[in-house]
Structure formats: C-alpha cells, structure tokens
Design a protein around this ligand. Structure first.
Ligand code: NDP
Length: 337
C-alpha cells in the first residue's frame, strides 16, 4: 500500500486563511476496525463551512483541533472493509477529511451507484444540491410568478436554487462575482437576469440595479452571502417575503468595520412581516432519499445543469479553499487526487 497523506490545521487563521495555516502530513494507511471501511479518496469537496471549523468558537459543529486533519467529505473506492454492506471495490462517500485515505464508520458512509460520476455526490447530488432543494421547498415556499434573488449564484447551492425556482415558474435573479459568472448564470443556469456584485461600489448602487431587474420587488431572497448583498436586497422585499438564511460567506473571515447600518435595515423584517428561516442541512437528512428519487435523473439528463471546478492533487486543497472563499471557483469546488 502507498502512504496516506493528509492536510492538518497548523494554526488558526486571523481573518482570511493563508497557506501557512495548513500542514501536509504523511503516514501509513490505517487498517479498519470492526464496522469500519477504508476509502481511497478520488475527489474531495471544498465547502465554505470549513472556514468556520478553523476557528475555536462555539458553533453548531465542533471546530477542528490544532494538528487534526481538516474536516470534509470525500468520495472514492473502498480498499478495505470490516463492515457489512461495503465490499472492496465499491464506490463510497463519507467524511474522509482532507486526506488521500480515510477510515470511515460504515454507519456514516454510503455506497454510491457506479453509473453516476461520484464527484456529483459532493455537489449537485450531495450536500449543496440537497441544501438548495430542501431549503427552497421548506423555507422559500416558491410560488409561480414570484421573484427570487440568490447570490453565489453559480456555486452548487445557488445554481440549484435558481434552477428549481425557475422550473417552479419564478423570475430568478442571480448575483455573482464578475461578468463571466454572470454570463454563466443566465446562459447555463437560466437565470432571468444577473448582476455582478463587484461592479457596484456600495449596497445602495447594487439596490438601484436590482430594483430595475426586479420591478415587482423580491419575494424570496435566498441568503448565501450577507454583507452588501443583504443590505441591498432587504428594502426591496415584498410583504410576506421569505428569506431562507443558508449562509453568509462575506462575513466568514470576520467583519473589519462593524457596520451599524445593517441592524437598522433588519427593521424590514418587521415592517414587511418577512419569514426569515435559518437552517442547517444536517437537520434534514431524513429527506435525502426523496431528493435522490427526484433530482439525479434531472441532473443526468441535463434538465438541471451543474458545474464543477476541479483542482488537482491533495496539496492543492489549501490554495483552492482560500481562492473559493473569495470567489475563485466557478461551480462546485472539487479537488481530484
Ligand atoms: P460556492 O461554491 O458558491 O462558493 C462560495 C462563493 O461565495 C464564491 O465562489 C463567491 O461567488 C461567493 N462569495 C464569496 N465572498 C463573497 C462576498 N463577499 N460577496 C458575495 N459573494 C461572495 O459555495 P456553496 O454553494 O457551497 O455555498 C453557498 C452558501 O451556502 C455558503 O454561504 C455556505 O456556507 C452555505 N451553505 C449552508 C448550508 C446549510 O446547511 N445552511 C449547507 C451548504 C452551504 P461569487 O464569485 O459569485 O461572488
């Protein structure tokens, strides 16, 4: 067997992470215990939530300890199994961490179908796609004729939100970073309009542009980013609007200048009687089989489009992660090993 490589948290970042916050370690490939499997990882997922796990703060999930392997989901082949239902050679997924090989408890792993490219289970058919599907149904409650706004619109969550909303008969407006991502949002993912958040110097300018492409106001604001976009959208919300609060990536590195205008803007929530629903996808996994019964055929047929941005090699994890937090990815960020 070859050696196992893994990337650990070397120190806690101050603000935006830098490569020195990570360390590459090499060691023997572990042996599985009873009820465990060893996965040889072929693809790893990079997700915004990983930034939060690098901080030593109380949250809905424990932080990564110093010297521990960075947390994350991977897919690959089972190369050793002491668990019923998993055979050597099976494709499987689990929380492998940022590593070339991983021991995973069978109860926390899943065999993947051989006929579907397994990296899809990190994006459109995995946690991000499922987040969009379940969050939109439960907390967005879309109705034909309404208008939806979502930022990070070409990422795996935003792209799925936009396409499901469009298919439900909504007007869909993308906010994305740069003209190329805006083009992808309309041409690939079918958004009715796309605005480049970088092109507007402040929330007020972005709001003016949004008001032009959303002349009937906004009924659903899918919250992925917070900050300038949130500040731009809130006053445009219609009475009875819904805001599924999925993430706020613009604040993940901390807030430099405590902006005290936002609390005032949140008054819109009261005045417009908005339904703001925070949710974390792991409360909803019992509905994943329903998602798998509906969405994979649509993704494989091309009815629902998806994009992957694939970096090469375990050593690329830190740089690809750092870039993704700033919008360097176009589509689901994956690292192929
Ligand atoms: P993406 O692959 O879309 O990557 C993040 C994107 O965020 C970047 O590409 C960039 O896109 C955008 N971004 C970064 N900084 C800013 C900024 N300052 N202003 C506006 N946009 C910014 O991510 P995902 O689709 O995986 O995740 C989207 C959101 O959903 C995240 O906030 C994530 O934490 C959240 N999430 C929450 C879950 C839950 O259970 N609640 C589960 C899964 C994800 P661009 O260049 O277009 O600006």
């Amino acid at each position: 067997m070859t050696d196992m490589q893994r990337i650990t948290l070397a120190r806690r970042p101050k603000g935006d992470p830098v490569p020195e916050d990570f360390s590459l370690k090499t060691g023997p490939v572990p042996e599985p215990g009873d009820g465990e499997i060893v996965i040889e990882v072929s693809h790893l997922s990079l997700d915004p939530y990983m930034r939060g796990r690098m901080d030593d703060v109380k949250s809905y999930a424990p932080s990564v300890g110093l010297g521990e392997t960075m947390t994350g989901q991977g897919v690959g082949r089972v190369i050793a199994s002491k668990a019923e239902g998993f055979a050597v050679g099976d494709l499987a997924t689990g929380m492998t961490g940022w590593a070339s090989h991983a021991i995973v408890k069978a109860t926390e792993a899943r065999v993947l179908p051989a006929e579907i490219p397994s990296s899809l289970f990190l994006g459109a058919l995995g946690m991000p796609g499922f987040t969009a599907w379940t969050g939109l149904r439960k907390f967005g409650r879309p109705k034909a004729g309404e208008t939806l706004v979502v930022a990070a619109a070409t990422g795996p969550v935003g792209a799925m939100v936009g396409q499901l909303a469009k298919a439900a008969g909504l007007r869909t407006i993308a906010i994305a970073g740069g003209p190329e991502k805006c083009r992808i949002a309309t041409e690939t993912f079918g958004f009715d309009a796309a605005l480049d958040h970088r092109a507007y110097e402040d929330a007020s300018a972005l709001r003016t542009a949004l008001a032009e492409v959303a002349p009937d106001g906004v009924d659903i604001y899918w919250e992925n980013v917070g900050g300038k976009v949130l500040e731009a959208v809130l006053p445009l919300m219609n009475v009875g609007g819904r805001i599924p609060v999925c993430g706020m990536i613009s604040w993940y590195g901390g807030v430099e200048d405590a902006d005290d205008r936002l609390p005032m803007l949140w008054r819109s929530v009261l005045v417009k009687r908005l339904h703001v629903s925070g949710f974390i996808i792991f409360d909803h996994w019992d509905e994943y089989p329903e998602f798998l019964a509906e969405v994979p055929t649509k993704v494989l047929s091309g009815e629902i489009k998806h994009l992957e941005d694939v970096a090469q090699g375990l050593h690329a994890m830190p740089t690809a992660f750092i870039a993704m937090l700033k919008g360097g990815n176009t589509g689901k960020q994956i690292v192929a090993l």
